[in-house]
Design a protein around this ligand. Sequence first.
Ligand code: SF4
Length: 470
Amino acid sequence: MSELSAALETIQPELLAMTRLFGLPDAYWDPPARYRMQTEELPEIYRITFTFENLSAAREAAIPSDPDPRVQQLHRRRAARRLCKQTLYNLLRKMTGMHPPWGSLTGVRPTHLMLEALAEGLSPEAAVERLVRDYDVTLPKAELLAEIAAVQRQLPAPGDAFMDVYIGIPFCTTRCAYCSFSSGEIGDGRLVAPYMEALEREIRACAPLISSTGRSLRALYVGGGTPTALPEKEFHHLLSLIRECFPNACETTVEAGRPDTLSREKLRAIREAEISRISINPQTMNDRTLQVIGRAHTAQQVRDAYALAREEGIPHINMDVIAGLPGENEADFDCTLAEAVRLHPESLTVHTLAIKRSSRMSLENAPLPDGDMTARMVTRGLKTARTLGMVPYYLYRQKYMAGNLENTGYALPGHACLYNVDMMEETSHILALGAGGISKKIFPEEGHIERAPNVANIQEYITRVDEMIQ
Ligand code: SF4
């Protein structure tokens, strides 16, 4: 088998993702496949041709070389796969006449390419030009990446001397219709005590790893789930455990996503524990939509929670909103954004609805705004963030996003969340504790990451915690 064919052996899922980008059926790949791929390995050149009926697209790329055979193999594999995807992309553009906002990029982290270009010494303008020319990314999206990269380069640098910590609390009051996390409804709360006991065991066993490996704690993130869904007693115990085991974090976030899980006592405890950042997420300020998506709280409860958090002196509140929710149009999204302006969070994350197969909404087939309307909502989100004086600081994409768009985090200057950046750019070691957490050890020089996932099922986590610690 040639080097080029070997590099493309497992590329089929990425090619499928590419055809979905253009809304074409997966069945085109079923044997006998209607797309035909031809590969050629010439001296110093890879060439790939895709054909579909009487249309075809061909592209070539130089074969990379490097004195280190391992690095060379990695670069060649990457170049071959990029070439293959870009060639199919060119064919699909010819077939449909469509221009997806992110061009031929199907990955989760498009910011990587921008940072890579800047690290090679390209100017931001030249890096934008490369993304537009080589990947057909639309100019506004490429410029958004350049702006994000500029903000990220001003943040304290991560690296081998640091480690982030993630703690997962997999309970929510109800399950959102679009949720694809493994979190469970807290229900009668019978799993809370055994879960928290297992988690404390894992925290106490693993926290010393930071100093024993000679590293410092950078960012601590308590997510889930909704950590504030815990009963008062367990919530207060968790905060004191965090203070005891993870002092001196540069930044600490506690997700308080559902406004109906907050009380004055919890907010006071958050303040006293010197938590630097919380997240209160309306997703929409439209009561009808909140019901449809199963959030079980009202827009008024969001307003009340913000007022209470301000009264208790919480220094940084993040707000998440979602563009493209079922039954919503631009006017509905504008109402949500107008409320965001009134509540004035320190950071705002504009998500695009992504309906994964494991979510309830995918089963119910809820009517959704189309991709063009969702794209206009996302643009309005960006304008609102700018009105609030915020800058974009991180961005990621997911599968099955409406309009093939993106999620973008905006923050007031000096309020970018380090954990969000580290997580998305994969630039920091992460020690993840609790059900569903995935610890990561990064090897930046090799461009390699080792992952150690905990089991996601709550009951299984409780019984297998010692194995997780191991
Ligand atoms: S709040 Fe988040 S984790 Fe909880 S059900 Fe909704 S989407 Fe899932």
